[in-house]
Design a protein around this ligand. Structure first.
Ligand code: C5P
Ligand code: ZN
Length: 449
């Protein structure tokens, strides 16, 4: 049973815990949600006069390391290894939405704030940044402006995908952000780059050429290349319905047509034409930073730097995009290997381990109606990195990737976990074949039950 009263009570209790401190160390996960979580916490703490030292980490294991001289806040990680976290000699606070493994120790100096523990769905209805936001709001009602960043994290985790809009606790955060004037939710054309891409490039994702715009009498240039936001409302309607009709006429199915329209989240206080104004583009920019070892750049963006950090991030984003298209091309050229219950590919060192999950998710999406989940391997500093992605249709048949990856990884001396549609693991370098066997068995059992 979900319990909203208890959730807010626990948030207040975490807020009081933080207020008793002068300085904390925040260990932050390196994806868009991790950075947003960290950004929400740092701003809320600064406003209370609490200093924060930041360390960016790739996983829970790294977060456990480092000298325990300060109370430690885990930003969007830690839930997968609660026993280890609670064995640390420093006081800890886990702020996370991942599935928990281990027991919550209510007696010691440790706190775990995770809405899953109170029955909320951490996969779809609240992100790490949303969880951090609940604490921020408990610290001070004036922190409602941080709702914008909380939603960037949720969109970064693609929590809007299944329903075409954010639901549950995320919905409440959207409403609070709207009231605070920092967020707007609107059903809109669902193509990436609405804020920053010229229309002709926005269409690239659909495979259509500029002639399509011409036929619909949509202007593409007026001194400069026009973007989605430059069009008049009536022109936007014409283009959106044109796209939906095209999608139906070309036999892509009602579902694909429906996916062209989804709720989008605008940050109206951010400058027009910048990625910060669109939650999805903002999240993508964040992903281009910490995943390439430049976490401070990402955090500075979250803290409002629209100058030096933005310049650096744009360079990183260019590289990130190239890496993603090169990765997708690699998957396409190399092809997939098949197991009974999933497809997989091994990228060796041709895909950076920190973006393997993004590429796996996109590769799966490209195959509409993908029959099986997709599993991917790449070399990482600490072994072999595994990413796995599935669709809601797979989970409806019983699939739950997180536990399956965890068990298969443990069986070969590795470590893993995650959500139902997104799981990951790190395993010893030579263990791929053995891991594949275990994973096939685990997923087979899930789908049979
Ligand atoms: O790295 P990737 O994006 O593929 O991770 C997918 C999910 O699996 C994330 O929720 C991540 O926290 C989880 N994961 C894990 N243990 C690992 C690697 C990933 O729990 N060793
Ligand atoms: Zn997350």
């Amino acid at each position: 049973m979900e319990n909203i009263e208890r959730l807010h009570r626990e948030a207040r209790s975490c807020a009081r815990w933080l207020q008793g401190l002068d300085e904390v160390e925040i260990v932050s996960h390196i994806d868009a949600d991790g950075l947003s979580t960290c950004g929400v916490l740092v701003q809320a703490l600064r406003r209370e006069g609490i200093a924060a030292r930041i360390r960016f980490v790739r996983n829970g294991g790294e977060a456990l390391g480092g000298p325990p001289d300060l109370p430690r806040v885990f930003a969007e990680l830690g839930s997968g290894r609660l026993d280890d976290v609670q064995r640390l000699p420093c006081p800890t606070l886990v702020v996370d939405h991942h599935p928990t493994v281990g027991r919550v120790d209510r007696a010691g100096p440790h706190r775990v704030f995770n809405p899953r523990l109170l029955g909320f769905d951490g996969t779809q209805e609240i992100s790490g940044s949303g969880t951090a936001y609940l604490i921020a709001r408990a610290l001070d009602a004036a922190n409602a402006d941080l709702a914008a960043l909380a939603i960037v994290g949720a969109v970064g985790d693609r929590q809007d995908r299944r329903h075409g809009r954010l639901i549950g606790l995320n919905r409440t955060i959207v409403e609070e952000g709207s009231r605070a004037g920092v967020l707007e939710a609107r059903v809109d054309l669902h193509l990436f780059g609405r804020q920053t891409r010229p229309l002709i490039r926005l269409l690239e994702a659909t495979g259509l050429d500029p002639g399509f715009l011409h036929d619909l009498d949509i202007p593409v240039k007026n001194g400069h290349w026009l973007r989605w936001g430059d069009l008049a409302g009536e022109e936007r309607m014409r283009l959106a319905s044109g796209l939906v009709q095209w999608s139906l006429a070309t036999g892509q199915g009602a579902e694909a047509a429906q996916r062209l329209l989804a709720e989008g989240y605008t940050l109206p206080r951010e400058p027009e034409g910048t990625p910060f104004r669109d939650a999805s583009e903002y999240a993508s920019l964040l992903n281009a930073t910490a995943r390439y070892g430049e976490g401070q750049v990402g955090l500075d963006l979250c803290l409002g730097d629209r100058d030096g950090a933005y310049r650096r991030a744009r360079t990183l984003l260019g590289r990130h995009r190239k890496n993603i298209s090169a990765g997708l091309a690699l998957v396409h050229d190399q092809g997939l290997e098949e197991r009974s219950h999933f497809s997989y590919f091994c990228a060796e060192d041709r895909i950076r381990d920190t973006i393997l999950g993004i590429i796996t998710g996109m590769a799966l999406e490209r195959e509409t109606g993908a029959e099986k989940p997709l599993v991917a391997f790449a070399r990482a500093p600490e072994g072999l990195k595994v990413s796995a992605r599935a669709t809601p249709a797979h989970t409806q048949r019983g699939l739950d990737l997180g536990p399956a990856l965890m068990r298969a990884a443990h069986a070969v001396g590795g470590d893993g976990g995650g959500h139902d549609i997104a799981g990951g693991a790190t395993i010893p370098p030579g263990a791929m074949e053995e891991f594949l066997d275990h994973l096939d068995r685990e997923i087979g059992v899930q789908m049979a039950g």
